[in-house]
Each structure stands twice: as structure tokens, then as C-alpha cells.
Ligand binder design. Structure first.
Ligand code: PLP
Ligand SMILES: N[C@@H](CCOP(=O)(O)O)C(=O)O
Length: 471
């Protein structure tokens, strides 16, 4: 199966080429040219199956033979063997028809591990098969970077450069990126916001000479493979609650729109999802967009859920592409407007299509704190601030329709954000044993200005994958 760019001008690619390419050469994001679907019977058969088996069934049609089945199956098994919970992504009940899907049992305590553990193996496999190297560049507001460093450290075929906003990630998040003593890992503290980091990463992909010379590859959710791996847990959670017989809704703490887009992909593949609730923190651009139809950037507010302190939600472009009937020219027009005037207006029909499937709720800082405190008081359950956005928005969805179960995605372990959690609940969550000495480990990082040329210079000096080098 081929994958097409949301901007309609880049060549269509198979799964493994899209995996290594990351951002399309026209600046767009890849999507499959058509949606493979799973029958109701197949989905029903997921009940009681191990997570890895469901992953194989969901990812098989998306990879579509581009990686041999036996190799894909082995990589999936290895990826989820590293999780600290036998169910990989267990479901917990929090209240009447309100469930929490715990996605933080991987090595770095955030949902990013679910996809990144597999992505690291897929890239290593494909690069070795091609006797190639890659330079991975990624932007992070804290969690993607930690998960990517963990998944790619020590790999011969890749150097990885992670750009994070200096002083705007939690201490635990920063240390997870800066204390990994591996020569192929480079943590870059950029003097700017996450959006600046992400814009710079996209700028590097759009700088053709640099991209080709360094054999750039990406690990953000602009990489289609990342999103596919995240679709799996929507199936396991929904089936545990009675799908496909019974529809389920999901509430997703949202920043870059990758995680919720994975739910929308699961729906395209046949999973009966009633509504997808976009939960935002005070950086409420998506909630405003759902309300007004106008996507308008404002300044970024630092919050207790820093991983969602985002204004440019990259994956929204994939949804726009679909809502505009896969019209690449329309997407190019919207993105040009965003570039020029930091805003675009969505036409009435595509906006109506988006509203048919998505709701949105902005949760301000007071309500994030109240959600953590009330949940702890009434159930003893400790939420991190990102997950609290999800459960709070999920409660709003339940008010509209109490009949349909709502699964709120819990995207990070509370120990990643101990200060905020302690302020809200009085409990200071401890890091799990494998990370107990994290705060004592030696850090190594480089502070760089918010300037693409300076960052490119740094990467060029240190990367080993300069074109022409032996594989
Ligand atoms: C803990 C946590 N929750 C939620 C999000 C938002 O997810 P997404 O960017 O896929 O919308 C992120 C960042 O990706 C995160 O790290
Ligand atoms: N919140 C993210 C931001 C990057 O998102 P991604 O899913 O596109 O990699 C982070 O934690 O880095």
C-alpha cells in the first residue's frame, strides 16, 4: 500500500520508505492512500488476547507486507516485553462509565514508549537491511525525547538529536534525556518553546541539501509509523469494554494531535468509536478551533502539563486533509495562511465533518489541580496533570451522554511531574526502582539558540551519517 502526502505534491511511498522519510518532501505528512479495515468478527476476537497479538493484527494490514511478517511479529513481541505491566496498557475504572487507560508502563513512564519501542526496532531493522545510516532529529516537550533516547541509544545505524525547550520540561523529563551516556545521543536545549523546536525540525526536513546530506529521519508523530503503533491501544481498550458490540468514546489529553489521531485511525479501520474528545490545557487552540472554526495561534502559556504546551498541533493537518476530501491544494492553502498570518479559517463543510466525530474541552490550571485532588480524595487514584486533563474532559463528555463508556487516556506516570502532583494531592509519587537514582546521574546537554542555522551546524559537526560515509 502506498502513502500519500497531505500536501499532494510529494511522491507516494510504501510503509518503510514513509517510515524513514518522516516529513514528506512537500512539507506534508504521510497517510495511507486508503484505509484497511478489520471486520467486526476480527475485532471481537481481540477479547482476552495478549496486547502483542492485537498489535500484530492491527499493524499487519497497515504495514501491508513491506516488512516480512516474521520480523514484524518478533519486533512487536520484543517491544512489549519491556513493559512493566503484563497487560501492557491496562484499563482501570475510575467512576460510573469512566475508565482510565494507563499508557505509562513502558521504560520512560509515558505513552510515547508504546510506539517508540517499536519504532526504534523498525528503523534499526530497515536501516540494517538497506546497509544505511540515519540522523534522527526530533522535537520534544519532554516525553517524545525521553522515549526516543531510550529506544535509539546505542544503535550503530543512527545518531539522534533531540531538541527540547530550555527550562520548559520537568526535571525528570530533562534528566531522562540528558543522563544517557551513549555516544549516538545528543540532547539540545533550545532557547525557545516546543513550537520553536518543532518548527526547526520541520525546517531541517525542508532544507533539501541538509536533509539529503545527513540522511535525516524523524521520530515525532509527523512520522506515520508512530501513529499506527498508537492505534493499537484503542482496540484493546474498546474491546475490553464490549466493542464492537458496544460503542465507546475516548477522551485524550492533546497537544500535537498525534495520540487522538491514532484513535481516529482506529475508527477508520472499523472500531466503533462514538466520540473523540480533545482535552487541552490552558493552551486551548484546538478547543477554540472546534468552537469557532478558526485556528488562531496565541502565545504559549507554561502549565503543569508542559508536554501539552503547544500551539502548532502538527497532526491536525492529517485530519484537515481527510475533512477536505483529501484535497492537498486546500491543505497547502491553510498551511500557507498559518505560516503567513499564524491563523487559518476552516470552511463550513470540513468543519462540520470534524465536529461529527470530535468534541473539545479546555481544562484550565485550577481545574487540573481540582481534578487531581478530587480524584485522589474520592478514589485514592493518583493522576499526573496531563492525564487529569483527559479525565476532566472525559467527565464533560459523560455529562452529554452518560450511557456510553468513556476511556480517558492516562499518558504519563505521576512520578514524572511530582511537584504538581504533590501540590494537588499531598502525595509525592516515587520513581520506579529502575529510575530511582535518576536525580543523581550526571547530565550532559548543549544549550543552543533558537536559530536553525546554528542547530544545523551543531548536528553536521557531530553526526556520523554524512552522505558518502561507509554504512
Ligand atoms: C504526557 C503527555 N500527554 C499528552 C500529550 C499530548 O499528546 P499529543 O501530542 O499526541 O497530542 C503529550 C505529548 O505528546 C504528553 O507527553
Ligand atoms: N508532547 C510531545 C510533543 C511532541 O509530540 P509528538 O507526539 O509529535 O512526538 C512530547 O512530549 O515531546
Amino acid at each position: 500500500m502506498l502513502h500519500v502526502s497531505t500536501r499532494g505534491e510529494a511522491p507516494a511511498l510504501g510503509f518503510t520508505d514513509a517510515l524513514l522519510t518522516g516529513l514528506a518532501r512537500d512539507g506534508g505528512l504521510y497517510l495511507p492512500e486508503c484505509w484497511p479495515t478489520l471486520t467486526a468478527e476480527t475485532i471481537r476476537g481481540f477479547a482476552g488476547k495478549p496486547y502483542a497479538e492485537v498489535a500484530k493484527a492491527v499493524l499487519g494490514p497497515l504495514v501491508d507486507g513491506d516488512i516480512p511478517e516474521a520480523a514484524l511479529s518478533r519486533m512487536i513481541d520484543e517491544s512489549y516485553a519491556s513493559f512493566r505491566h503484563a497487560a501492557v496498557c491496562p484499563l482501570t475504572q475510575l467512576g460510573d462509565n469512566l475508565f482510565v487507560l494507563e499508557l505509562f508502563h513502558g521504560p520512560t513512564l509515558a505513552f510515547k514508549d508504546v510506539a517508540m519501542q517499536l519504532l526504534g526496532r523498525l528503523m534499526d531493522h530497515v536501516l540494517k537491511a538497506r546497509r544505511a545510516r540515519a540522523t534522527i532529529v526530533g522535537a520534544t516537550s519532554g516525553d517524545t525525547g525521553s522515549a526516543a533516547v531510550e529506544a535509539f541509544k546505542g544503535l550503530d545505524q543512527v545518531d539522534i538529536f533531540i531538541l527540547y525547550p530550555h527550562g520548559r520540561v520537568s526535571d525528570v523529563q530533562r534528566r531522562q534525556m540528558t543522563t544517557v551516556a551513549s555516544p549516538n545521543v545528543h540532547a539540545l536545549a533550545v532557547e525557545g518553546t516546543f513550537d520553536d523546536c518543532q518548527t526547526m525540525v520541520k525546517g531541517m526536513f525542508n532544507h533539501a541539501r541538509f536533509r539529503d546530506e545527513l540522511q535525516l529521519s524523524g521520530v515525532n508523530s509527523i512520522n506515520w509509523a508512530r501513529v499506527t503503533a498508537q492505534a493499537v491501544y484503542y482496540f484493546t481498550a474498546a474491546v475490553a469494554l464490549g466493542a464492537p458490540h458496544r460503542p465507546v468514546s475516548f477522551s485524550v489529553p492533546t497537544g500535537n494531535f498525534g495520540d487522538i489521531l491514532a484513535g481516529w485511525v482506529a475508527k477508520r479501520m472499523g472500531l466503533p468509536i462514538e466520540r473523540l474528545m480533545i482535552g487541552t490545557n490552558a493552551n486551548d487552540i484546538l478547543a477554540r478551533t472546534l468552537g469557532t472554526g478558526s485556528y488562531e495561534m496565541k502565545g504559549v502559556h507554561p502549565t503543569t502539563s508542559p508536554s501539552m504546551d503547544i500551539q502548532i498541533s502538527s497532526n491536525f493537518e492529517r485530519l484537515l486533509f481527510e475533512a477536505y476530501g483529501r484535497d492537498g491544494e486546500a491543505v497547502r492553502r491553510l498551511m500557507a495562511s498559518l505560516h503567513q498570518s499564524r491563523a487559518f479559517l476552516i470552511d463550513a463543510e470540513p468543519m462540520a465533518r470534524i465536529r461529527e466525530e470530535f468534541s473539545a474541552e479546555a481544562v484550565n490550571e485550577d481545574n487540573v489541580m481540582a481534578e487531581m485532588a478530587e480524584t485522589y480524595r474520592s478514589t485514592g487514584y493518583v493522576l499526573d496533570p496531563h492525564s487529569a486533563v483527559g479525565t476532566r474532559a472525559g467527565r464533560a463528555l459523560l455529562k452529554q451522554n452518560p450511557e456510553t463508556p468513556v476511556v480517558a487516556l492516562s499518558t504519563a506516570h505521576p512520578a514524572k511531574f511530582p511537584d504538581a502532583v504533590e501540590r494537588a494531592t499531598g502525595v509525592r509519587p516515587a520513581l520506579p526502582p529502575h529510575m530511582a537514582d535518576l536525580m543523581e546521574r550526571k547530565e550532559s546537554f548543549t544549550v543552543l539558540p533558537n536559530d536553525q542555522a546554528a542547530v544545523e551546524r551543531f548536528i553536521r559537526e557531530r553526526a556520523r551519517a554524512v552522505k558518502g560515509a561507509a554504512a
